[in-house]
Design a protein around this ligand. Structure first.
Ligand code: SF4
Length: 398
């Protein structure tokens, strides 16, 4: 079951700092031109206001609305996660066509806007499960940044922690990591920066476990491209390589519920890619040698795509790094991003093997179909993260 978690709209209106991705306001839905419509593959939760609005309807419209609703923990449209009953052949939403944009469920109106209210400020992004948002990321790779303004938050506080110094440290670390990612030009760079991020996350986790909350002040994340893999970490040996993940880990990830037969209807783009992988390419890619050869060749042939991969991880940090403010799981959050990036790499390799090319627009498409499947189920994320159980989460305690 997948919800796109949208904001609980804030009932108290007050001003706070709003930090949003610089192109946030430029988003325009592709509408009926969209090749990966979001009217398919999701449960659509209905808010109280939606229910009030729909309960006032009469006649056939009311009948359609009521019949389309199912009860889960809350009322939803599209309970089968197939195609929304209001999605017309033309590619448009019949509710929107007949009654206008304000009539459609709030979830649909907001998508793909992604809000996080940290109490002191709110951050806003465009979620990459939307193909247009993924395209916009690709075209802004060189100028990924947040713009700041005062305004009313769009959602209630999403986190309970109020340790402001810790939040500020997390922000500083995020920014330092993103600076390192912005300098990535080739595949080795990318592997090296991600290795340093993973190593630093382990050190942070260990430091906080032992009560050393000043650790990030005494040892900030600084990445200098060097043969030693950056900052003051021990050299990352290939045996400890975290990105790309090892062949066995990739295979185990593809064996989670990331792929299943129902994707054929819910997410046909991803279904096609995984079908190719399982039916044609898995055998070669399952061995460490085959996998290493595949990603090394890909990195050389598609050097132009590597900054996009780095930007994808950077964007992941924007959206998810501050979850550490709630759960102190440095390693989990750093590694989930690395898992997603490794899976993206796998899907690009499969796509390229099949089509002999992969362009930045095709990469955006792959990002959208992958993110739509992988990011919205805690159960799936837990099972993917468990694949890395064999790795140490703490270099000091083993
Ligand atoms: S996925 Fe994005 S571009 Fe496509 S229909 Fe949905 S909001 Fe519009």
């Amino acid at each position: 079951m997948f919800y796109f978690i949208i904001n609980n709209v804030c009932d108290k209106l007050f001003s706070m700092e709003i930090r949003q991705i610089s192109y946030f306001n430029e988003f325009i839905c592709k509408g009926c031109e969209c090749p990966e419509t979001c009217c398919r593959g999701w449960l659509i939760p209905l808010e109280k206001e939606d229910l009030e609005r729909y309960s006032k309807e009469k006649g056939l419209m009311k009948a359609r609305l009521m019949l389309a609703m199912s009860e889960h923990s809350i009322p939803v449209f599209n309970s089968s996660c197939g195609e929304c009953t209001f999605h017309e052949r033309s590619g448009l939403c019949s509710l929107q066509v007949k009654r206008g944009h304000d009539f459609i469920p709030e979830t649909c109106r907001n998508y793909p806007r992604f809000y996080r209210n940290y109490g002191l400020f709110e951050e806003r992004y465009l979620d990459l499960s939307c193909i247009e948002a993924a395209n916009m990321l690709i075209s802004h790779v060189k100028d990924l940044s947040l713009v700041l303004a005062m305004g009313e938050p769009d959602c209630d506080k999403t986190i309970t922690n109020d340790d402001e110094p810790f939040l500020n440290r997390l922000l500083r670390i995020r920014s330092d990591m993103q600076s390192a990612l912005a300098g990535v030009t080739d595949f080795d760079d990318l592997c090296s920066v991600l290795g340093a991020i993973d190593s630093y996350a382990m050190r942070l986790q260990d430091a906080y476990l032992h009560g050393d909350e000043d650790y990030p002040d005494k040892h900030p994340f600084t990445y200098v491209r060097s043969d030693a893999g950056g900052f003051d970490a021990p050299e990352v040996r290939d045996v400890d390589r975290i990105f790309p993940l090892k062949a066995g880990e990739i295979t185990a990830l593809t064996d989670t519920s990331i792929y299943h037969i129902r994707l054929r209807k819910k997410n046909p783009g991803l279904y096609k890619l995984f079908s190719l992988y399982f039916n044609k390419y898995r055998r070669d890619l399952a061995s460490e040698n085959g996998w290493t050869r595949a990603y090394t060749d890909f990195g050389v042939r598609h050097r132009e795509l590597i900054p996009f991969f780095a930007a994808y991880y950077s964007y992941y940090l924007y959206q998810y790094w501050l979850r550490i403010w709630e759960d102190y799981s440095f390693v989990r959050h750093a590694r989930l991003g690395i898992i997603h990036l490794s899976m993206l790499l796998l899907l690009c390799i499969v796509y390229e093997k099949e089509h002999q090319s992969v362009t930045s627009a095709e990469l955006a498409h792959i990002i959208a179909v992958y993110n739509r499947r992988a990011f919205f189920s805690d159960e799936l994320l837990d099972s993917m993260y468990r694949v890395l159980d064999g790795r140490s989460a703490n270099p000091f305690t083993g």
